[in-house]
Design a protein. Sequence first.
Length: 299
Amino acid sequence: MNLFSKKTKYKLMRLFSRIPLIRQLGIYLSIILSSKNNTTHSFKERVELKPNYDFNRVITEMKNDGISNCFKLKKETVIKLFEYISTKPVFAYSNIKQGYYLKDKNKMEKKIGKDILLSKYFNIEENKLFSEILNSPLLLKIAKSYLGPSIKAVGTILWWTHPANVSEEERIKQAHFFHRDVDDYKFLKIFFYLTDMNSSDGAHVFVKGTHKPGFKEFFEEGLRVKRYTDEQINVRFPNKSHVVLGKAGDGFAEDTLGFHKANSPIKNPRLAFEVVYAINDYNLMNDHRNSDEFIINEF
């Protein structure tokens, strides 16, 4: 594995890790070729478990269902996150040339000639607040238990999803149809809602128990990463889709090799934050961009 560049290893992983035996081999080799991550951190703990949750329940739910709606950001942290973004530009459709301030969203839509479904912040790990969440002792403990001792924190994402009149192709592109992520041989994502999440606000949906695809799924789905409609998923996995609702600050752990999607907001925009842990870092999952190349549109 070390004979290849990170980009080449990523392409090979994406192509072949859907085959169960190769996925297991990739996990085994990745673990034995990596050193254990025993780093201790002195960061302030900004994450806690919800009432009625303990460590064992989280791990049991992750192993059985692929998801555990178990986390909560401390109230002070949610407030500080909004203070941070209040002065930061956001980028329409993750395009570094389409930066704008949130108050100018309507003007930016006129400029680019279409509604903005998704807009993302970049380089957020430069802020200590996000580093503290990424290196949360609680999150690292759960990630190590689920993935093994050789985990790496490989990225963070902070983005808005807006009610928007856009094409089906755009919704497919922005992951609003069911799909599997193939980000590593084994990986874990932690999501936090930073706005209240009702059923009309773009709630996340996960199909429980689909995070361990075997040969049956491989022969049905093939090597390509595909998109599936609600009807297709409901026929294959009746009564398995779980809509994740919650309040600002609520979070959940998820193995997104399982089928999942984002619902498109109808009423209110959604702000979400994602942390990604994996056994390999291909340097492709982070939000790092060259700020010298940003174009910020001011109206």
